[in-house]
Design a protein around this ligand. Structure first.
Ligand code: WQD
Length: 326
């Protein structure tokens, strides 16, 4: 099988490329390099620089590399930015996917794995989010992921394309320091940044209805997430016409306060957090039921929060050597 990995020069994509090639699959990366970096693409894996809005280019790449499956990760992914620039998100995430699906079906590609998100659930009021929990996204970003799932499933039903929509929960960690997330948009890097500045990390609200009052999330190591893609790709290849929609999480809730405590322990910075106002749109608790992914893929996360923080910190120190504590 040859897999086209859109967004393969990005943080998650680069991990998926490595997991795929380690599993013996051929990979080709398609990335517009808007946030991706070519150095993340391993030697021996072709990198095609292009946009998912460019259908002709996609058609050529699918044919030239005899692509049999696509993992589609190329997308905009910042919730706040999507509120400010919704049309850009609809264009890149929905129109980009529509153009890709057109090329994929014309080329008779057999399988597609789509990068979805827990953001499709919005503010779920349940202890464990299953795939049957109603999807009520509260940001344009979440809407683009839900609409993307509709496009993917409808195309699969109409054409026989095998599809998997993977709903990622809170991704963290790195396989190696040079593959770490370079964006500072999520809790772990935002805490690293504060600590490195010598400032206390911020807890956005401590009056939520949770055991310690801070928000609870389901953190998943990017290496485990990448392996879920390989497992999904294998299942799709073995069963034409398959349709999977799966949560990719660990099924374990960790609070913001617990995360910050672990981060200060790993980094050696002893700066107690300050409590800041709630961030608008933050649900109190979002934790996956990971049962369906286990049943359908035979996949289970292997890495814990400690692994995520320690590996993310190595990546942070590589980029910010002044942050290291002896
Ligand atoms: C986690 C918790 C914050 C920074 C987002 C998207 C989601 C998915 C993952 C892509 C929240 C709190 C954060 C800080 C804090 N993205 N926090 N202090 O919002 O759960 O999920 O990223 O698919 O769709 O919504 O992730 O890492 O931003 O925040 O207290 O300095 O940490 O309020 O409760 P979130 P996050």
């Amino acid at each position: 099988m040859t897999w086209l990995i859109t967004g393969g020069a990005g943080y998650i994509g680069a991990h998926v490329v490595r997991a795929m090639t380690a599993a013996g699959e051929r990979a080709v990366v398609y990335d517009d390099l808007s946030t991706g970096v070519p150095e993340r693409v391993p030697g021996g894996v072709p990198l095609v620089v292009g946009s998912t809005l460019d259908g002709e280019r996609l058609a050529r790449v699918l044919a030239e590399h005899s692509v049999t499956g696509v993992v589609h990760l190329a997308a905009k992914k910042q919730v706040g930015e999507s509120v400010e620039q919704p049309l850009r998100y609809y264009r890149e995430n929905i129109e980009g996917l529509r153009v890709l699906l057109d090329a994929v079906t014309a080329a008779q590609v057999a399988s597609l794995v789509f990068s979805s998100s827990a953001a499709v659930y919005g503010m779920p009021d349940v202890a464990l989010v299953t795939e049957e929990t109603p999807c009520l996204p509260i940001s344009p970003y979440g809407e683009t992921k839900l609409a993307g799932e509709w496009l993917v499933r409808a195309t699969g039903r109409a054409t026989g394309l095998s599809t998997a929509c993977l709903r990622y929960f809170n991704v963290a960690g790195a396989a190696s320091p040079e593959l770490a997330d370079t964006g500072v948009f999520n809790l772990v890097p935002m805490v690293f940044e504060k600590l490195t500045e010598g400032a206390p990390p911020r807890v956005f609200g401590d009056d939520y209805p949770t055991p310690d009052g801070t928000c609870v999330r389901d953190y998943i190591h990017v290496v485990d997430l990448a392996e879920a893609h390989v497992a999904a790709a294998r299942v799709l290849s073995a069963s034409p016409g398959r349709e999977l929609t799966l949560n990719i999480g660990r099924g374990e809730g960790v609070s913001v306060r617990e995360m910050i405590d672990r981060i200060t322990a790993v980094t050696g910075y002893d700066l107690p957090p300050t409590v800041a106002p709630r961030r608008p749109g933050d649900p109190a608790r979002v934790v996956a039921s990971a049962d369906r992914a286990a049943a359908e893929l035979g996949w289970k996360a292997r890495h814990d929060v400690q692994d995520m923080i320690a590996s993310a910190w190595e990546g942070w120190v590589r980029l910010h050597p002044e942050a290291a504590r002896s």
